[in-house]
Design a protein. Sequence first.
Length: 165
Amino acid sequence: MLLVLFLSGLAQAAAPALPVVGVDGRVTRVVDGDSLWVSPRSGGRAIEVRLADIDAPEICQDGGIESRRQLAARVLKRKVRLRVPAGRAGRDKYGRTLATVWLGGLQVNRSMVEQGQAWSRRGQGNRGPYLAEERQARALNRGVFRAGTSAMPPWDFRKRHGPCR
């Protein structure tokens, strides 16, 4: 049994990483703290983007408007580069493109968590890639983690209240 678990772990570790596609464009709209629209430099239709691996407050939730404002201040009307996993891994259940957004040398997804404007997105058995940044934002009382605020993770908010209307 241990040998099977060990070998399956080796197979997973040896699996090749998904190829990543780079897309350059300009941010034309910020929907909320983790969603935006990008007009590709190469032309064509605008791309609806969900910032990968983070979860910002819902727009109707405490901190939601501030999170959107912070993201807009950082990227709206600016040139960005999207890093998107190829294939289905690059889409969420709503059909949005999942991407890591780069503004020059700044990784915007990570920065939103560092500033306390989003949580590191949890997965099954996964605390998220930006957990250290989230802990730091909490320790420094940044953004939604400021003292005196009721920082409810967006996934709990959606369970209790449903989507914003």
